[in-house]
Structure formats: structure tokens, C-alpha cells
Design a protein around this ligand. Structure first.
Ligand SMILES: [Mg+2]
Length: 525
């Protein structure tokens, strides 16, 4: 038993001196075996796989958080993305063919759910889909499934400042939106190959309308409700995590855009009967708000309406003066919420998945702290872990390549100087030595250039190989080239914490002080 403890302590000490101190402080190696068995082993962050950790962009003390709010879709309820996307595409195609006059042949095309990633941008005018880097420059761009070469891409998007908020561009920033990009690309490709002229703007508009209809008229949700296990990931640690928050004295609330009839089915599936003390999902939450219409909840003054839990209908004649745990509410706004509950913004942590609806508004206009659930993070981290050695090689190679280029610059300047001296008749006595120096210098620069070309090719091919491991077309959703993608930068700027699922909070102490890592500026590296 002691050997095991010691090994754990030594392993931890390699990573984190503070944790070593904390362990030894508990009694360390001299702990009585009986007491040690009773206390058990305490999990610390180093015991948690990286893909299941909570990451911090902005310092946050969990002991100063009194209330934790949760979004439902893609936050508490994670979806089996492939199945949901296939269903969403199939239902949208039905609507495009039956209601919007599209040919039935489009049903036979192959729609790859892995084609798109979160954060891509659709250009409705030109029929393109592209990914942006953190400076909002187009990093890579596809028309149909054909990637545009660098010259064409620059000609289209670098010669003028792009106004990303223009109607021409649509940002795919939720996982619900991925089928739009998949269908748009597949149909742009198909029309292109068949030689039929198509209005790219109308095509995207029709896809969006059809998919919105499928969401709104219950066609999509009725299929999910009938077979929840096929579409929703049931996380066995979710109930325990919520219970842990509650038992540390925090109040919990649900704030979702879904309406009550869907919310209650999904929440029941996730939580009912998961823990003895909580027979119903309702027992976990102090306040339940459905149909929240975020981001309007944060920047408009819509009233709260009570919902009849039996009929699922709103009760507009019942005035809402308090928010209590035995009622269900719909709509509402952040100002009334804070007034009625007496909760102060900086004591709230809101956990959501939508950068615009859940995170950005709160950061810009309110005091609520935020945690973002990024379902993709688990896979992104698994890929990075698997390729760790190659990523390290790439960094090293990239650094050596940059060093080589600066050496070429320096030697080229020196060569120019030699040339000037040779041209200057006052140095005729040194002519032969300067000639020799020029010859050597030229040879050296030439050889360095050859090496730089080889190295650049190697950097490019390694970069492409690594990129493909994340997604064959787009690479990582959080990175573009050697910096953050625009989406990654927004997560970085607006989410105080981010993680791949809510239950990742489970192993952390309710008093945890999440600290942002020190970020060096380029001159510090
Ligand atoms: Mg959501």
C-alpha cells in the first residue's frame, strides 16, 4: 500500500510541487495504514486525463460562485453527432424536395457528416465555405469539395476588408449548424458538376429555412424523443457532478432555449432515478427556465411566463413575482432574474456551448462568469496526445527553419557589403581577398537556401499530416496554421473556463481556484 502511495506522490511531484506539499501535509508517507484506507486516495488534476480536464482562460474562484446555471442542448445533453447530423440532413432533404422544389436526385447524394467543423464560415454570394484565423483572414477555402489555391483565395478575400457581419456571410458556430455546411458544400459540388447554374445565396437560404422548419415543427424532435438512446449521450457521472455542486451549497438552475415538452423528456432521460436522493431531474434544480430565447434573455426585457407542467402550455394570466423551485418558467430576462432571486451577477457561473448565445453576451454585457462546453475537445486532445512527438518535431523544425532564414538574411546583407567594397576602387589592395570572400559567401548562401527549401517542404508536409489527423479538410477547429482559429480565439477571449463535458467538473474541489496559465508574448519566448 505504501509503495503505491509513494509512487503516486513521486509522479505528482514531477509535475506539481504544490500537490506534493498538500499530500505530505495530510500525513504523507507516515500515515497510519488504517487511517489511509479510511481516507482513500484523493484525486487531483494530475490523475485526470487531459481530455477530461477543465481549462481556464480567466482566473475563477469556485468558492465565490453561489449559483450555477446550465444550458441543456449540447451542454447537459450531449448528442451522438453523426446520428443527429444524418437525421437532420435527411429531414432537411425531405423538406427541400417536397416544399422548396428541389429535384429528388439530391436525396441520393452522399452527405459526409465529418466534412464540416464548428467555426467555418459560409460565403452565400460565391458558394464557398472557409475557415478563418484569429485575425479574421481566410486560412483555407472550399468551393464544393475543391480547395481553392492560395492565389485564388487571396484574390477573393485578401484584396478588400471583409465585413464578417454582412448578410453575405454565415458563421457555423453551433454543432446543430454543421449539417447546413455539409449540405451546402455537397449541393454546390453537385450543381457545379452537373453544369446547372445555381443561385448560391438562395441555396443556402433554402437549406437554412428547411432545417429551421425541421427543428420548429417537431419533425426532428419527435424522432429524437422516440429513440433518445440513439441520439443523446447518457453521461453516468452527470447526476453525481450536479449533486456534488449542490452538496457544496451551490444553487443550480436550468436555462435552455428548448421548450418544455422537449426539455422534460431529455432531462428525464438524463437524470431521473440516477441518484436515490433525486428521483426526478427537477430535484437537482432550484429554478427551471425553458424557451429562454438566448441571447435575447441577456439583452432584451421579455417577461417570465409560468408554464403548466401538465399541458406544457404558457399561463400568460399568472403574474410571475418570484422564481420558485416548484414551478416551470418560460422566456424572461437577466435583469428580472437577478432582481427576483437577489443573485448577483459575479456569483453566477453559466455553463453553455454556444459562443454567441451563451457566452459572448454575458462576457460583454453582464457579470456572469462562463464555462463553455466544447464537445470536440475530447477528440482534439486525444489527437494532440497521440501526435505529441510529431507536434514537438514540428515546433523544433519550425524554429530551426526560422533561424535558418534569419541566417540567410544576415549573410545576404554581408554579401552586399562585400560587393560594395569590391565596387569601391579605394579597396583595390584587398581585391583578391574580397573576391574570395564573395565566392565563399555566395556558396554558403546557396547551400543555406537549399536547406531552407528542404526544411520548408518538411514543415509543410508535417503540418499537413498533423492537420489531417484532426479533420482531413479543415484541421483542428481551435487552430489555424500556427495560431488560433477565429473560433479558438473567441473561446479564448470570452469563455472563463472550457471543458468537453459538464461531468469533468466532478473531480475538482468546490473550492477550486481555477488559474489561467501565464501566457508569454512573442518577445518572451
Ligand atoms: Mg446549447
Amino acid at each position: 500500500m505504501y509503495t503505491g502511495n509513494r509512487a503516486t506522490i513521486c509522479q505528482r511531484a514531477r509535475y506539481n510541487d504544490d500537490e506534493m506539499v498538500a499530500h505530505v501535509g495530510l500525513g504523507g508517507l507516515d500515515l497510519d495504514p488504517g487511517l489511509s484506507a479510511l481516507l482513500g486516495d484523493t484525486t487531483t488534476e494530475i490523475d485526470v486525463a487531459r481530455k477530461n480536464r477543465v481549462f481556464c482562460n480567466r482566473n475563477l474562484r469556485m468558492d465565490s460562485i453561489e449559483t450555477i446555471g446550465f444550458d441543456m442542448d449540447y451542454t447537459l445533453a450531449l448528442y451522438h453527432q453523426d446520428r443527429l447530423e444524418q437525421l437532420s440532413i435527411q429531414l432537411t432533404l425531405d423538406k427541400l424536395c417536397t416544399k422548396h422544389g428541389y429535384p429528388v436526385a439530391i436525396r441520393q447524394l452522399s452527405y459526409d457528416p465529418h466534412w464540416a467543423i464548428r467555426g467555418v464560415m459560409v460565403d452565400r454570394q460565391l458558394g464557398n465555405v472557409f475557415k478563418l484565423d484569429r485575425h479574421a483572414h481566410v486560412g483555407r477555402c472550399y468551393h464544393g469539395f475543391k480547395e481553392l489555391d492560395a492565389d485564388k483565395r487571396k484574390a477573393l478575400y485578401r484584396n478588400e476588408k471583409i465585413n464578417l457581419s454582412a448578410d453575405r456571410f454565415e458563421w457555423i458556430d453551433t454543432l446543430f449548424g454543421l449539417p447546413e455546411a455539409v449540405m451546402y458544400t455537397t449541393l454546390v459540388e453537385w450543381y457545379g458538376k452537373s453544369g446547372t447554374a445555381v443561385d448560391f445565396d438562395k441555396l443556402f437560404g433554402d437549406i437554412r429555412t428547411a432545417i429551421d422548419e425541421a427543428h420548429r415543427d417537431d419533425t426532428l424532435k419527435s424522432v429524437i424523443k422516440a429513440d433518445l438512446a440513439s441520439f443523446i449521450v447518457k453521461d453516468p457521472l452527470l447526476g453525481e457532478t450536479l449533486h456534488k455542486f449542490r452538496s457544496s451549497g451551490k444553487k443550480l438552475f436550468l436555462l435552455t432555449n428548448s421548450l418544455y415538452d422537449y426539455t422534460k423528456v431529455v432531462m428525464s432521460y438524463l437524470l431521473d432515478g440516477e441518484r436515490k436522493a433525486y428521483p426526478s431531474w427537477r430535484n437537482y434544480f432550484d429554478i427551471v427556465i425553458v424557451g429562454g430565447a438566448k441571447p435575447a434573455f441577456f439583452n432584451e426585457l421579455r417577461p417570465f411566463v409560468q408554464i403548466d407542467p401538465v399541458t406544457n402550455e404558457a399561463m400568460p394570466n399568472v403574474e410571475v413575482k418570484h422564481l420558485t423551485r416548484d414551478k416551470i418558467y418560460q422566456g424572461g430576462n437577466v435583469i428580472a432574474f437577478e432582481q427576483m432571486t437577489g443573485i448577483k451577477g459575479e456569483q453566477v457561473l453559466y455553463i453553455g456551448d454556444h459562443i454567441y448565445g451563451d457566452i459572448l453576451r454575458l462576457r460583454k454585457a453582464h457579470m456572469w462568469r462562463t464555462a463553455m462546453v466544447l464537445q470536440e475537445l475530447e477528440r482534439e486532445i486525444s489527437v494532440s496526445d497521440r501526435l505529441e512527438a510529431q507536434i514537438h518535431d514540428l515546433e523544433l523544425l519550425d524554429r530551426r527553419h526560422r533561424n535558418l532564414e534569419s541566417e540567410i538574411d544576415w549573410q545576404s546583407l554581408r554579401l552586399k557589403k562585400i560587393q560594395r567594397l569590391l565596387d569601391d576602387s579605394s579597396h583595390t589592395n584587398m581585391h583578391d581577398r574580397l573576391e574570395e570572400e564573395r565566392r565563399m559567401s555566395r556558396a554558403s548562401i546557396e547551400s543555406l537556401r537549399d536547406r531552407a527549401v528542404l526544411m520548408e517542404t518538411e514543415v509543410d508536409s508535417l503540418e499537413t499530416r498533423l492537420d489531417r489527423a484532426y479533420n482531413p479538410h479543415w484541421g483542428s477547429c481551435l487552430r489555424e496554421g500556427n495560431e488560433n482559429s477565429r473560433f479558438g480565439e473567441q473561446v479564448n477571449d470570452y469563455a472563463d473556463l472550457y471543458t468537453s463535458r459538464v461531468s469533468n467538473f466532478g473531480p475538482y474541489s468546490p473550492l477550486r481556484y481555477f488559474r489561467a496559465p501565464r501566457r508569454p508574448m512573442p518577445h518572451e519566448i
